[in-house]
Design a protein around this ligand. Structure first.
Ligand SMILES: [Zn+2]
Length: 313
């Protein structure tokens, strides 16, 4: 039984998690194993996050997302206003409330839907991107193109939180401590917000903890097409992560593979759920003959798309 679950997990990892690294905000489980090495071509190659992290303002220019979701940057980003009629940006000290104008518009629209469809006051919006995108000094493999945003699972009680309150308030987890099921924090309002979030044509994917995907699959009785965009991923218990498609006018934005229509991904979520179960049982000792993990290339400025370096130099 254990072996079976683990082999399913291994197969899923090998076959299904092909694309660009998804975000991993809090847990280490999604991080690839193996050492990180410098860029062998550029030699010294300083890490790109050292350049992008300290910059406090966006660049000028027509908005353009450049590169991959987990290795790229953004020209002409726009700030999500810190407070709006139906949203607040959280953790302002991080200065990560920037994105492509399409993302800013999307978040404003979704916050109105959260109010109108779910009866929430609006949304608490977590990390988007740094002012010029790029790798961050902490957390997040992705969020580099101004096209990703984390939305808190905590339904806002108030939308007049002070800066300090926005630093100290915590979101809530909507799953049990063993990750196997949704807990009492998960409501029909969450279902409606996530349905609205994923049904939008601007959205490529939404990452969320597997138990939530399964809950969405079980609750939906109407059109199931949007469900395919909701992808189970580690972490994402306290927020869900929205990723938009490459927008018009960004010819160097690298899209992820398109999720085919016709499969709602619910069976896949059950499979992924098996991986969570696998995590809760003792894992057999690693096979000493297993091939070594490939070393991961460090995200140096030299490895960034050519148009990104001028943004920070
Ligand atoms: Zn995220």
């Amino acid at each position: 039984m254990i072996k079976k679950i683990l082999s399913v997990a291994a197969m899923s990892t090998a076959l299904l998690f092909v694309p660009i690294g998804c975000d991993d905000d809090s847990s280490s489980s999604a991080k690839a194993a193996g050492p990180v090495i410098g860029d062998s071509i550029s030699g010294s190659g300083r890490l790109a996050k050292e350049f992008f992290g300290p910059i406090r303002t966006p660049s000028g220019g027509a908005p353009q997302s450049i590169g991959e979701y987990a290795l790229g940057c953004i020209v002409g980003a726009e700030a999500l206003p810190e407070t709006g009629p139906t949203w607040q940006a959280m953790r302002l000290s991080r200065n990560r409330n920037y994105g492509h104008p399409v993302l800013v518009d999307y978040l404003k629209d979704l916050s109105v839907k959260a109010r109108d469809q779910a009866g929430w006051a609006g949304l608490y919006v977590g990390d988007m991107s740094q002012p010029r995108g790029g790798p961050m000094t902490s957390g997040h493999a992705s969020h580099q193109l101004g096209l990703d945003a984390d939305i808190w699972m905590l339904p806002p009680q108030r939308l007049n939180l002070t800066r300090t309150e926005r630093e100290n308030l915590s979101s809530i987890s909507v799953v049990s401590s063993d990750y196997l099921r949704t807990n009492n924090n998960w409501t029909n309002g969450h279902f409606k917000v996530m349905r609205a979030a994923a049904s939008d044509d601007r959205v490529a994917r939404i990452f969320v903890t597997p138990a939530v995907k399964i809950a969405m699959c079980k609750t939906e009785t109407g059109n199931r097409d949007y469900l395919r965009k909701i992808r189970p991923w580690w972490g994402h218990n306290y927020h869900f992560h929205v990723r938009l498609n490459c927008p018009a006018g960004s010819p160097n934005c690298v899209p992820q593979w398109t999720i085919p229509k016709g499969d709602d991904g619910c069976a896949y979520a059950e499979e992924f759920y098996g991986m969570h179960i696998a995590k809760t049982i003792p894992i057999p000792k690693a096979d000493p003959d297993a091939p070594k993990a490939k070393p991961k290339l460090a995200k140096t400025l030299a490895r960034m798309p050519a148009q990104c370096a001028p943004l920070v130099q």
